[in-house]
Design a protein around this ligand. Sequence first.
Ligand SMILES: CCCCCCCCCCCCC[C@H](O)CC(=O)SCCNC(=O)CCNC(=O)[C@H](O)C(C)(C)COP(=O)(O)OP(=O)(O)OC[C@H]1O[C@@H](n2cnc3c(N)ncnc32)[C@H](O)[C@@H]1OP(=O)(O)O
Ligand SMILES: NC(=O)c1ccc[n+]([C@@H]2O[C@H](COP(=O)([O-])OP(=O)(O)OC[C@H]3O[C@@H](n4cnc5c(N)ncnc54)[C@H](O)[C@@H]3O)[C@@H](O)[C@H]2O)c1
Length: 311
Amino acid sequence: MAHVCKVFSRRLSTSTAVRSAIKHVTVIGGGLMGSGIAQVAAATGHDVIMVDQTDDILAKSKAAIQKSLGRVAKKKYADDGEAQASFVGEVMSRISTNTDAVAACGKTDLVVEAIVENLDVKRRLFTALDAAAEEHTIFASNTSSLPIKDIASATKRQDRFGGLHFFNPVPMMKLVEVVKIPETSNETFERLVNLGKAMEKTTVECKDTPGFIVNRLLVPYMMEAVRMLERGDASARDIDTAMKLGAGYPMGPFELADYVGLDTTKFIMDGWSQKYPDIEIFRKSDLLNKLVAEGKFGRKTGEGFYKYDKK
Ligand SMILES: CCCCCCCCCCCCC[C@H](O)CC(=O)SCCNC(=O)CCNC(=O)[C@H](O)C(C)(C)COP(=O)(O)OP(=O)(O)OC[C@H]1O[C@@H](n2cnc3c(N)ncnc32)[C@H](O)[C@@H]1OP(=O)(O)O
Ligand SMILES: NC(=O)c1ccc[n+]([C@@H]2O[C@H](COP(=O)([O-])OP(=O)(O)OC[C@H]3O[C@@H](n4cnc5c(N)ncnc54)[C@H](O)[C@@H]3O)[C@@H](O)[C@H]2O)c1
């Protein structure tokens, strides 16, 4: 009898898991990350609503997705222009846009937030969405550095809240960190892991600790690089070259910072230097702050540590 119950309960849990599979995803924030998350979710068969503040921003987000899909399509379908166009068209057809975040969360399985790295802004957003979203809807943040618990506590659904930390560029990077807080239910965590896998990512599990796994190791490395530059020990170009040829990294630290966005890297360091004032490596970088103050955010503005051709 016990064996029959075990088989039955396993089938039940499987059917429950299948029934609760995430199919509709609302992505709030159509910037570097949100557009990538929307693209990969749509390319892996999910229905997506992408939200940002203005229609103009959303038009730019869709154009970026279209361009990225074009690069993916060329690799998938070589010289078959028709197949490439059909692939891009089909994926784009699964992405709708909205400037009203509350309206976009009324009927969805998952809300993934990828807005500015600012705790108050993220908390205000999730408080507003909490009242509008259905009971079964899961919330997740793509934050690089903020405690998930500090974001989740702005809602009444901490059992249905987790971190989904994708990596830039989302179409190329195979990793997603799935972060749980103590309140995250087992079903929620399982659904987030299953979504990561459905998006053809490799998932790793982490606790809600500063920087999760990758950024806990990446931030000190990149901050050491900028200290090296500030001391005049070596040039940015030579530091990047050294790390690519000496450590096998695809990008050196300054190329990567320009790629991530110096605004975002500053927001991350502002938070950590304030939260951990006694940790020297997190002390703010005058050079980074100067670049951001001058509007030099890296690739996204055409200049950061390096200058870029306007594409
Ligand atoms: C040092 C200053 C200190 C500042 C403070 C620091 C503190 C804060 C730092 C923490 C930041 C954390 C951010 C975040 O939370 C965590 C992250 O995301 S970290 C970033 C992780 N990502 C990486 O490390 C990326 C490393 N780079 C690469 O992997 C590659 O360079 C690249 C981006 C894939 C590009 O590939 P390349 O070969 O270099 O160049 P190409 O552009 O020619 O691309 C080749 C090929 O790839 C395909 N492709 C590339 N990009 C895309 C895309 N966006 N969409 C689709 N396809 C893409 C494409 O097929 C390309 O071929 P092509 O089409 O050009 O023929
Ligand atoms: N850039 C990276 O490499 C990277 C990688 C992983 C995670 N992240 C994290 O992802 C998040 C977004 O980073 P990004 O690089 O995509 O930033 P981004 O500046 O490229 O995009 C942020 C987008 O959010 C929009 N936005 C801001 N406030 C909003 C609001 N209240 N409602 C709707 N939209 C709003 C902005 O208009 C912008 O388009 C941050 O939390 C960041 O830490 C960034």
